[in-house]
Write a protein that binds this ligand. Structure first.
Ligand code: GCB
Length: 611
């Protein structure tokens, strides 16, 4: 699915702005809210999570459905001899969409785009658009929620009769989402909504693949694959021009939907030194007034896991960075370009070169920025919070497979994406049949990644602190990605013992013989708490924690990267382990550095991207 763009052949109409909004029921919404103006609506900005936008209602505690509405004014000229598509960059977590009272369809999953062809449904003039959105998470959704008001990060004093009674009462009277994941369940129209117009015969998809490279400035071969849509479009009508960053056309091909093109003196896309080309694909006039056009940016670069190394353009790359979240004050998980630009500048300031889109695919705008800024991304599905009952759930497996297909279809051309993460911390180290079921579940998903990615990038599952001897899945991935909290959740406060235990585990992974990277390790730190001997939660402890753990990494050349937890503090469900959210950021939620950020900046600036 191509991102909407305005060019000589296409028009995008943004439907961002202040919409009308109402909360509805836990399990349903009134149908009359989908075909007539909403009664007594409150204003709600799109894109943006609804949870922190209104103070009269406790929208953070809302459970179930909400309804968004707006009118869409359409000039008649726009609809003449064209195709109209309504696109949602995301709706979290499930949506029913209505246009002029007619249901267009539904979508499940809160972090990937979906669209509807509305050519025959949109009228010139005023149209009523209504979107009902459900924020519930449960055992059949990704991310996974717990049923029954059992909080992951709450007190679970099971067995005390009055606590059990309280839980039962809460379930019946104040139902709440109980995420099996540690980030606030921000919901709604978190990303852009667009109406876009193309010719009736159109370019439906483009894939660009780097087939071979030489050095910088030497010839490179790229492959292209164009999918056509609509009637009348023929391969003979396709033309591809490769345009360099200065606007000069450096290579061309015509008359086929797929082929190879040689760029005579190619500039490579490298971390920290990005170079972007544009494949300008045109579809000649197929008896219509205009043909179609799409401008697809791409980078010339290769990715390969070889032995115990992760190669970008044939050179061993070292990941320096963090897991992030789409999270900020007021916006929640809402797309915020100011924040994205600020975060990218902080990534440069820190001397980092990469991050993981923990724990869901981010809005496309961030990938565009990272393409141009040379920042490397590990792209993650929203499969977080899984456990053993799910590994035999066929419907969930199908949904998970579809999410992987959709994520790769969306992000395949981004040079910044170098690896796909199938899941974060599925629980699978119980041994016996449970561990084997996990292996049966994740092996076909790894193979699916390899099959559907035209660029053949590596696949991983990011694994939880576990009994690694019984974990059968992690060792089968292309790269072993470890989340470890020695010195925080385990061996809390004792960094000597933490380093000892870490070393015992690292000896195990050395035997396994795969490339290993850390995708989480960290310590909650409340800015302003200090101590001469730096105990837990102090800024000194966080700095010392990273200094000690990183020194263990430095002893092993098969560790291919360190992505700590987390870039910045972020919002979570309330609970006794969280003081206004998760505080493991090396930056505060408003992006100010804690002491550890200065230590890491010095460290990362001294470690080259390629070793
Ligand atoms: C983890 C999770 C992450 C949490 C983190 C923590 O292992 O992957 O989502 O936020 O631990 O701080 O507990």
């Amino acid at each position: 699915m191509l991102y909407p763009q305005t060019n000589a052949a296409r028009t995008v109409v943004s439907l961002d702005g202040v919409w009308n909004f109402r909360t509805a029921g836990a399990t349903d919404y009134p149908t009359e809210w989908t075909d007539a103006p909403l009664p007594e609506p409150m204003p709600m900005a799109v894109p943006g999570s609804y949870n922190d936008q209104n103070d009269e209602t406790n929208l953070r505690a809302h459970y179930g459905w909400v309804v968004y509405q707006r009118t869409v004014e359409v000039p008649a000229a726009l609809l003449k001899n064209s195709r109209a598509v309504l696109r949602f960059d995301a709706a979290t977590h499930a949506a029913d969409v209505y246009l002029n009272g007619e249901k267009l369809g539904s979508h499940k999953g809160g972090f990937l785009p979906f669209e509807f062809d509305v050519t025959d449904k949109l009228k010139a003039g005023s149209n009523l658009l209504a979107v009902a959105i459900d924020n519930r998470v449960n055992q059949s959704t990704l991310p996974v929620g717990n049923e029954g008001n059992v909080a992951f990060f709450g007190s679970d004093n099971a067995g005390i009769p009055s606590v059990e009674a309280g839980k039962q009462w809460a379930l019946e009277h104040t139902p709440q989402n109980m995420p099996n994941f540690d980030f606030f369940n921000f919901a709604g129209l978190n990303r852009h909504v667009e109406l876009y117009i193309t010719p009736k015969s159109y370019i439906a998809d483009i894939a660009v693949i780097t087939k071979s490279i030489g050095g910088e400035g030497e010839p490179a071969v790229i492959g292209y694959d164009v999918t056509l849509g609509g009637e009348g479009a023929a391969p003979a009508d396709v033309h591809v021009s490769i345009v360099d960053a200065s606007g000069a056309t450096v290579a061309e091909a015509s008359g086929a939907t797929a082929g190879d093109i040689e760029i005579p003196a190619a500039h490579l896309w490298n971390p920290g030194a990005a170079y972007l080309y544009t494949a300008v694909v045109t579809l000649a006039d197929a008896g219509e007034e205009v043909g179609d056009e799409y401008r697809q940016t791409f980078g010339v670069r290769t990715i390969e896991v070889k032995g115990r190394q992760f190669l970008i353009n044939g050179k061993p790359f070292y990941f320096k960075g963090f897991g992030k979240h789409e999270d900020s004050f007021f916006h929640g998980r809402g797309t915020d370009q100011v924040l994205n630009v600020k975060d990218v500048s902080l990534i440069h300031w820190l001397g980092a070169n990469s991050f993981r889109t923990s724990h869901y695919p981010y809005a496309e705008n961030m990938y565009d920025l990272c393409d141009r800024e040379g920042i490397v991304i590990i792209d993650e599905t929203p499969a977080v919070g899984m456990s053993w009952p799910q590994y035999t759930d066929k419907a969930l497996f199908e949904h998970h497979s579809q999410v992987i297909r959709d994520m790769i279809a969306r992000d395949k051309n981004h040079p910044c994406v170098v690896m796909w993460s199938i899941a974060n911390e599925p629980w699978y180290d119980q041994g016996g049949e449970k561990s084997e079921n996990a292996l049966k579940y994740f092996t076909p998903l790894r193979d699916l990644v390899h099959e559907v990615d035209p660029q053949g990038r590596p696949a991983t599952v990011v694994c939880c602190q576990n009994d690694y001897t019984k974990d059968l899945v992690t060792r089968t991935m292309d790269v072993v990605c470890l989340n470890r909290y020695y010195g925080w959740y385990n061996l809390s406060g004792n960094l000597d013992a933490a380093c000892y235990a870490l070393n015992v585990e690292l000896d195990f992974w050395d035997e396994i013989g795969k490339p290993v990277m850390f995708t989480e390790y960290g310590a909650d730190t409340v800015e302003g708490i200090h101590g001469t001997h730096g105990e837990m939660f102090s800024e000194e402890y966080q700095r010392e924690y990273f200094a000690r753990v990183d020194a263990e990494f430095d002893k092993r050349d098969w560790i291919i990267g360190e992505q700590l937890w987390n870039f910045a503090d972020f919002s979570t469900i309330q609970g006794p382990m969280r003081v206004e959210g998760n505080r493991k950021g090396i930056l505060t939620r408003d992006r100010q550095p804690k002491m550890a950020a200065h230590f890491l900046r010095d460290r990362w600036k001294a470690i080259p991207d390629f070793g």
